[in-house]
Design a protein around this ligand. Structure first.
Ligand code: EPZ
Length: 417
């Protein structure tokens, strides 16, 4: 397993380019299943999760042709195997996003239950409930979801909680259903909007994406489209936190703060000077950050995917911060690893109290999940001495060429194979 060795104590400075959003690319790639024609996607990040999904789509018969450095063409006409096997789904939970499109396009699907992951049980009951409301007959046997529907029919669906991929799965399925589907309590995340814009360019009739009520008028067929994946707001927030934690000054390119208000506000509260441009963000950190408390919640509130990164910056800030995680039941696993670096963190249920320390000391730590590993990178960059982070395959799932981008910002980081 690869490791990252980081020599901390260096203030990050310089420019780095943000990649396309993983959590927009994943559902958008699945939307290619909805049409027999070809679709051309650009600004795709080179991530393990993307490669895993492309392997799954190819196994189903979808034509995958790479196009230049960050583009590809998916052709859904040769789709002939509506099966998502366990060995692929278990490594990439978002594979559940093929379920809705397969039922809508093929009238059937066999998709392995994704199972839980480090941060929680991650059930998909809302995905199933919504498809059943649209007339799909669904059984769950031997760890697989078996779904059948001659043709889905429009329905009014209100999910029990806000679910990002649940909203995305149901919105994609509804595009080819007979009649109107209304999704209430829908997720408002920007990645849901990016998917809706892609579907609309394929001929779908969708209104309300970005609000908590999305209306979809089903159509007979969708056609191919061109779509550029939106910038990754979580990668953006992660590099902003890395610069903030090291007292640095950075400029992030090909990104926007449009979807990061809650994160930018918190970084300003922490003492950072942030200047926004149309497609760039500039951050100048103070010598020492001020602690900032936060509570995660669905968009537009503070994103759970930035919680771990803010625990790291609070570990080296002045004061005491309270972090409340309301989305996932086990998303504090980075805390014990941060404590190995000298952080002062008390966990009580879904609350964490973080008391800033004068400085962290390098140590050997272990990544447990994608955003936890980002938190360890940030802490390692701020710590005195060398930190070695093990199991960084977690990082490679969601951060493109991270050591290259960090080195461009002046960090001393090397990958140990
Ligand atoms: C998406 O996961 C993201 N992944 C996650 O990012 C992100 O943390 C999460 O949304 C919340 O914003 C992708 O978009 C690929 P949910 P998702 O369904 O859709 C419960 C990352 O780091 N729930 O919005 O799986 C669930 O257990 C990843 O990039 C049900 O109970 O999350 C959770 O407590 C991590 N039943 C809450 O809802 C369901 O059927 C929100 O989950 C669905 C969800």
């Amino acid at each position: 397993m690869d490791k990252l060795a980081i020599q901390g104590g260096i203030a990050l400075s310089g420019e780095v380019t943000i990649s396309g959003a993983k959590n927009a690319a994943l559902p958008i790639l699945c939307s290619a299943l909805l049409t027999a024609q070809s679709s051309h996607f650009t600004n795709l990040p080179h991530l393990n999760d993307i490669s895993t999904l492309l392997h799954l789509l190819a196994q189903m018969g979808v034509g995958v042709t790479l196009d230049g450095s960050d583009g590809l063409v998916l052709e859904g006409g040769s789709l002939n195997n509506p099966l998502a096997p366990y060995d692929l789904v278990k490594t990439m939970r978002a594979s559940i996003l093929v379920l809705g499109p397969l039922v809508a396009r093929c009238g059937e699907a066999r998709v392995s239950l994704p199972g839980g992951c480090a941060i929680g049980a991650r059930p998909v009951d809302q995905h199933i409930k919504g498809l059943q409301a649209m007339g799909a007959e669904i059984t769950v046997e031997q760890g697989y979801i078996h779904a059948k529907a001659s043709r889905l029919k429009g329905a009014r669906i209100c999910t029990d909680m806000v679910t990002v991929t649940g909203t995305e799965n149901l919105m994609m399925a509804a595009c080819l259903a007979d009649g109107e589907t209304i999704i209430e309590n829908a997720a408002r995340e920007p990645e849901v909007v990016d998917l809706a814009n892609c579907l609309i360019s394929m001929g779908a009739r969708i209104s309300g994406a970005g609000t908590d009520v999305i209306r979809i008028q089903g159509v007979e067929k969708l056609h191919g489209a061109q779509h550029r994946i939106m910038p990754d707001r979580i990668e953006t927030g992660t590099y902003l936190c890395a610069a903030a934690a090291t007292g640095g000054q950075v400029r992030l390119l090909k990104t926007s703060a449009a979807y990061l208000d809650s994160v930018v506000d918190k970084l300003m509260d922490a003492g950072c000077d942030i200047q926004l441009e149309r497609d760039a963000i500039n951050l100048k950190a103070p010598q020492r950050l001020k602690s900032v408390s936060l509570r995660t919640a669905p968009y537009p509130a503070f994103p759970t995917d930035m919680q771990a990164q803010f625990m790291a910056i609070n570990a080296v800030a002045d004061g005491v911060a309270t972090i409340r995680e309301t989305i996932f039941e086990n998303r504090f696993m980075h805390a014990s690893e941060l404590q190995r670096l000298g952080a002062d963190i008390q966990i009580e249920g879904n609350n964490a109290v973080v008391r800033g320390v004068a400085r962290l000391e390098g140590a050997t730590v272990m990544a447990t999940d994608l955003r936890a590993s980002a938190s360890l990178v940030i802490a390692a960059l701020a710590a005195q001495g060398e930190t070695v982070i093990d199991r960084i395959y977690h990082l490679d799932r969601g951060y493109e060429r991270i050591e290259e981008k960090l080195a461009r910002l002046g960090a001393q980081v090397r990958r140990i194979h």
